[in-house]
Design a protein around this ligand. Structure first.
Ligand SMILES: Nc1ncnc2c1ncn2[C@@H]1O[C@H](COP(=O)(O)OP(=O)(O)OP(=O)(O)O)[C@@H](O)[C@H]1O
Ligand SMILES: [Mg+2]
Length: 409
């Protein structure tokens, strides 16, 4: 029996390697299948409007077939491996029986001893078979474990700064540069001083690096070169919680959750705010009126990604959330781009009120919304092209003046 053990172990080892490789492949192909499914369901409007059904069906079929092929390979490996191991066991048994049929070899073995031996050897085949079965599950687990641990081993956000709760809102960008991992240079040699309470507008063509710049402030991104200081402290010296609690940001891409209006506005740390504060913020952002018209008012569910609301309504909820946060630094990234002229006019007035006593960074393509800013920073290719007030820049007749003229002719 021992003679067949080495070949069995060799077979099991070969199969292990193959199972591991296939299991990794299956994880990937399964991921691909669910990725395509969620993409197509999420983007069903584009798929239908642009006749993408055939293309998406083909893409899905390819991914499914790939997944099926890999699954079949596991089955094939299994169906070869188990019988092969059993065959080796059977050969060993047959040798034993063959020897038993030769009395001259087995002279001093009684019939009882022989039967006992044969039974024991027969019992061995079941555990050996389960060894190969368990092995397959084990390798599958190892493959899954590897991808989970790869995620767990990702470096954490560095957060060893001190906690502060009251900042003035002075912001300095010193020689800040940022290159995305794919090599896109989004910002370079960016130098800017913003005094507490100032309103600074960032303008520039699409892709100039405006959103990238404001994402650096909340440490969603880290600069590749240079340093950002808030109240003369490098932002890395502040704890992430402290830093983020001091900044209210309306993102360019509105993010809403599949939850009630109330939970979307008074989100996270804001859940402690009073109802009166929430409604005051909603009124300032021109959201109160439409919210009270919803079937259950502030308790109405807004559906996945807020899709039961119009684009402008979603944007107003996002502004309400930022106003409710009432932080010393306010960042508005295209915050009013989806609004009609009338609501924009009123929200602008409400924003002008809250901008008075805090540092505000406004990004806007519609230049009317930023004329009154203390400083207008014109960016291009990740660099500053011009800085000045509206009047100064118009007088200078540079890029801003051209953009402004184009807006109004
Ligand atoms: N995650 C990313 N990875 C790689 N490159 C990126 C990433 N995000 C942005 N970029 C690139 O960085 C540059 C600046 O992008 P950014 O979003 O800051 O522009 P923007 O000024 O906000 O433009 P817009 O006015 O259209 O919002 C662009 O060239 C963009 O392609
Ligand atoms: Mg942007």
């Amino acid at each position: 029996m021992f003679v067949v053990l080495p070949p069995i172990l060799w077979l099991v080892q070969k199969a292990s390697k193959r199972y591991l490789k296939l299991s990794k492949g299956i994880q990937k192909s399964m991921g691909q299948v669910s990725h395509i499914t969620s993409e197509v369901i999420g983007g069903y409007q584009v798929v239908k409007n642009y006749g993408g059904q055939a293309y998406e069906a083909k893409r899905f079929e390819k991914a499914s077939k790939d997944n099926l092929k890999k699954g079949m390979k596991v089955v094939v490996t299994n169906s070869i491996n188990t019988p092969a191991v059993q065959l080796l066991m059977a050969i060993a048994m047959s040798v034993v029986v063959w020897l038993a049929l030769r009395p001259e070899v087995m002279a001093d073995v009684t019939a009882g001893e022989f039967i006992a031996y044969l039974t024991a050897a027969g019992l061995l085949s079941k555990p050996v078979r389960s060894l190969t079965d368990v092995n397959q599950k084990l390798q599958k687990g190892i493959a899954a474990g590897e991808s989970i641990f790869a995620l767990l081993d990702e470096p954490e956000e560095v957060d060893n700064g001190k906690a502060i709760n009251d900042i003035q809102g002075n912001i300095q960008f010193n020689n800040v540069g940022l290159t995305y991992p794919d090599g896109t240079v989004a910002l370079q040699n960016f130098n800017l001083n913003i005094n507490a309470g100032e309103t600074v507008a960032l303008v520039g063509r699409s892709g100039a690096g405006k959103t990238t710049l404001v994402n650096l402030l909340t440490r969603t991104l880290s600069p590749t070169t240079g340093q950002i200081r808030i109240d003369n402290e490098p932002i890395e010296a502040l704890s992430l919680n402290a830093l983020r609690s001091q900044i209210a940001m309306v993102n360019q891409q509105v993010v809403l959750f599949n939850d009630s209006v109330r939970h979307n506005i008074a989100y996270g740390d804001l859940s402690q705010k009073s109802d009166a504060d929430m409604m005051a913020a909603a009124k300032a952002a021109f959201a109160h009126e439409f919210i009270t018209k919803l079937p259950q008012g502030y308790e109405s569910d807004i559906g996945a990604e807020g899709l039961q609301l119009s684009g402008g309504q979603r944007q107003r909820l996002s502004i309400t959330r930022a106003l409710l946060k009432d932080a010393p630094i306010l960042i508005l990234d295209e915050a009013t781009s989806a609004l009609d002229n009338e609501s924009e006019f009123y929200i602008q007035q409400a924003l002008d009120n809250v901008m008075d006593d805090r540092t505000t960074l406004v990004i806007a393509h519609r230049l009317t919304t930023i004329e009154s800013a203390d400083k207008i920073v014109v960016m291009d290719g990740g660099q500053i092209v011009e800085v000045g007030t509206h009047d100064e820049l118009i007088k200078k007749g540079g890029q801003y003046a051209q953009m402004y003229e184009r807006d109004f002719t």
